[in-house]
Design a protein around this ligand. Structure first.
Ligand code: ZN
Length: 314
């Protein structure tokens, strides 16, 4: 099984400092992770375990911005029981009863009280579980006592009105306590939260899913969330079976990856077990990492590859 990336990896983006914190791992069914892509294709890229699960990361991003300390997504938190953790292969414990996310923050010299702003790509348990925590008395409270939490308005409403298909991923203790104490700032569409930090709607995984764009001194990075969860999801039709609107995901990926390639964005992969970030290129068939394909892959038209011609995978 793939080993997880280090707890903390750091880099600069212009005048911003980015820290990718590996907030533990999870193992999910490989078939569900690749939707309609047949197993003989996906298992060539990533080998499943004996329960057909593949190793994933749960990467959060801490951004040191001159005006605020910003955390994007919060991992799975500490509230789930052993059965739940086994089903989803959750392994996010840190040292001394802490979570791996808390360990990562501590390694960087921060405590939960230092975080000013939390941004959730969406409210699924593996992205928002660390929004709140259960204390020794069993009481659930916000994990970051000084922080405001930014979520798309539509996502908050969608998460609180679940149905049989969506309920397993939206667990009220991850967000209802925040609603109750009034610390969620609901945003609509593209909003600049701080200079150079912008919410970027990328619907499909959920109807109001968002990515986060970071820009400083001409450099751009994008925290993708679940629109492209791992580097293995770069090919356009490699879309998770979990996605509620897979054809909407397809269109989000189409414009997002095209823009990322043309504008040289650094992409940040939340669920990739090993790769935190890279830029992308295209080899004429599909997108891939610059570190794999090389930087020189160019298409003479400047229009990019014929991504409209999606090769059927079934
Ligand atoms: Zn996810």
């Amino acid at each position: 099984m793939t080993a997880l990336a280090p707890l903390v990896e750091s880099r600069l983006l212009g005048s911003l400092t980015l820290h990718a914190i590996q907030a533990g791992g999870q193992r999910l069914d490989g078939g569900a992770m690749f939707g309609v892509v047949p197993k003989p294709l996906w298992e060539k890229r990533i080998a499943p375990d004996e329960r057909n699960r593949i190793q994933l990361g749960m990467r959060c991003l801490l951004v040191e911005h001159p005006n605020a300390l910003v955390l994007i997504d919060t991992g799975a938190g500490n509230k789930e029981d052993a059965k739940f953790r086994d089903i989803y292969g959750l392994d996010n414990a840190g040292a001394n009863g802490r979570t791996a996310l808390e360990d990562g923050l501590a390694q960087l010299g921060y405590g939960p009280e230092d975080v000013d702003l939390v941004v959730n790509t969406h409210l699924h348990f593996d992205h928002a579980g660390g929004n709140t925590y259960r204390d020794a008395d069993g009481k659930i409270a916000p994990s970051f006592p000084r922080a405001r939490y930014v979520v798309q308005n539509g996502e908050v409403h969608f998460a609180t009105k679940t149905n049989e298909r969506t309920a397993a991923s939206y667990l009220a203790p991850n967000f209802q306590p925040l609603v109750d104490v009034g610390v969620i700032d609901e945003v609509v569409g593209e909003v600049e939260l701080l200079p150079g930090i912008v919410t970027l709607p990328t619907p499909g995984h959920t109807p109001f899913h968002q990515s986060v764009l970071l820009e400083s001194d001409g450099e751009v990075a994008c925290f993708l969330g679940d629109v492209v969860p791992t580097t293995n999801h770069l090919p356009l039709p490699w879309i998770m079976g979990y996605d509620l609107e897979p054809l909407v995901t397809l269109e989000s990926k189409r414009w997002l990856l095209r823009r990322a390639r043309e504008e040289g964005w650094t992409l940040i992969f939340e669920h990739d077990a090993t790769v935190a970030w890279d830029r992308i290129a295209h080899d004429g068939k599909a997108y891939g990492l610059v570190s794999v394909l090389g930087d020189s892959v160019k298409h003479p038209s400047g229009a990019g590859p014929e991504e409209g011609k999606v090769t059927p995978v079934i």
